[in-house]
Design a protein around this ligand. Structure first.
Ligand SMILES: Cc1ncc(COP(=O)(O)O)c(C=O)c1O
Length: 418
């Protein structure tokens, strides 16, 4: 049996997991969780890291006394861990309350100056962004920023020709997501940023990497060296909800969203969420280990996803994958079943112990079809018959096999009653 990996501190990075298929979680819950893009479970090693900061190691990082200094040191260690995951410097990491805040800080933080100075400014984004970007863009548009929303092609990819055609001398910011939360499709951000800088080096480029962090390597010093701002969310990478970060490249000026203390180099006022930040730091260490030291994990996750996808396509007539399957996060599939109402399917699956989703989590329950799938050219009926399945690092082959028994049977039952 292999030894569990140990971090530099000697603390276990991964909990010891049984070798048989069931994980600790599934033994307890007996449920098959295929909704990791909505949120991931917090890893036990992450909980272990944050717990002392609720009790014996509590303190305000801005306090001068020893308790304050200790929590300050913990915050800075976490910042270094996030920076290591992104291949950037620690001072380029701003902690936030999650992906939504990071996206809002990036867009409004950059464009507020132009509004204040009554200077014209143009933002280019896409029709398939998460609402944290889309609605922030719409709010800026109402305040006088000109916004272009690029349409994807039918595979969910933004074509660089469309971006080139949209660039103007007034373009100040481009915000294009890395991995889409609904389809997993990955945009060519490195290329988009190179095109932007070649057009005008002053254009800033933001990417929402909430669904990419911990799944794909993010190198701000390599492929993404022209990207200026990048959003992360803790709860998509095995840290708690309400934690996140924004990478802000050195030299980029941001207006803060809120006013108060000088925390986070005056970019994000408010006493730091120390346990949450420590958790995000530990989750980043685990993600870096998972991505680098353990390269086979990526293909393992992708192969589980592919097995699920291929199994469903083979077992269910009239099923199709939505989106490009080459440029895609390894854990996500978005699949439509002709003649099926995905909401009814979700309820049926939930009753049989499978958690899946219908577009973004915040849209679940909404009757509107996914804006991402509509932008890709699906009809409202096709969009409403689409299911998102997203695996986590804890998903097991056993769970995939069970899902391959349950989902086709549920689809067949729904079709027979229809
Ligand atoms: C792509 C993307 N961006 C932003 C967010 C928002 O992140 P948070 O829930 O941390 O606010 C999400 C969450 O679903 C997401 O998937």
């Amino acid at each position: 049996m292999t030894q569990p990996h140990r971090g530099m501190s000697g603390v276990r990075l991964f909990p010891q997991r049984p070798h048989h298929h069931d994980t600790l979680y599934n033994q307890k819950m007996q449920r098959i969780y295929l909704d990791a893009n909505a949120t991931t479970p917090v890893l036990p090693a992450v909980v272990e890291a944050m717990l002392p900061y609720f009790t014996e190691s509590s303190g305000n990082p801005s306090s001068a006394h020893l308790s304050g200094q200790r929590t300050r040191a913990a915050v800075e260690r976490a910042r270094t861990a996030v920076a290591a995951l992104l291949h950037c410097t620690a001072k380029e990491v701003v902690f936030s309350s999650g992906g939504t805040e990071s996206d809002n800080l990036a867009l409004t933080g950059v464009l507020q100056t132009y509004l204040d100075n009554h200077e014209p400014a143009h933002l280019i984004t896409t029709q398939i962004e998460h609402h944290a970007v889309l609605y922030a863009a719409e709010a800026l548009e109402k305040r006088g920023i000109r916004v272009t929303y690029l349409a994807p092609n039918c595979e969910g990819l933004i074509e660089t020709a469309a971006l080139e055609a949209a660039l103007t001398p007034e373009t100040k910011l481009i915000s294009v997501m890395l991995a889409n939360n609904e389809t997993g499709v990955i945009q060519p951000i490195g290329k988009i940023a190179r095109i932007a800088k070649a057009f005008n080096p002053a254009i800033l480029v933001h990417t929402d990497a909430v669904q990419a962090a911990g799944k794909l390597s993010l190198d701000m010093d390599g492929e993404f060296k022209n990207v200026d701002l990048l959003s992360l969310s803790g709860h998509k990478m095995y840290a708690p909800q309400g934690t996140g970060a924004l990478f802000v490249r050195s030299g980029v000026q941001l207006m803060p969203l809120q006013y108060g203390g000088p925390q986070e180099r005056q970019r994000r006022a408010g006493t730091e969420n120390v346990p949450g930040i420590v958790a995000l730091g530990r989750a980043s260490e685990l993600a870096a280990y998972w991505l680098n030291a353990n390269a086979s994990s990526f293909s393992h996750l992708a192969s589980l996803r592919d097995r699920l996808e291929q199994g469903l396509l083979a077992a269910i007539p009239g099923s199709h994958i939505n989106g490009n399957t080459t440029y895609r996060a390894p854990n996500t599939t978005n699949i439509r079943f002709a003649g099926i109402d995905a909401e009814s399917l979700l309820i049926a699956l939930d009753m049989q112990g499978i958690a899946a989703s219908f577009g973004a989590a915040c849209q679940s329950g909404a009757t509107e079809p996914s804006h991402v799938l509509l932008a890709m050219g699906l009809t409202p009926t096709e969009a409403r018959s689409s299911l998102r399945l997203s695996l986590s690092r804890l998903t097991t082959p056993y769970e995939i096999d069970r899902a391959l028994q349950i989902i086709p049977a549920a689809v067949a039952r729904l079709r027979s009653v229809a």
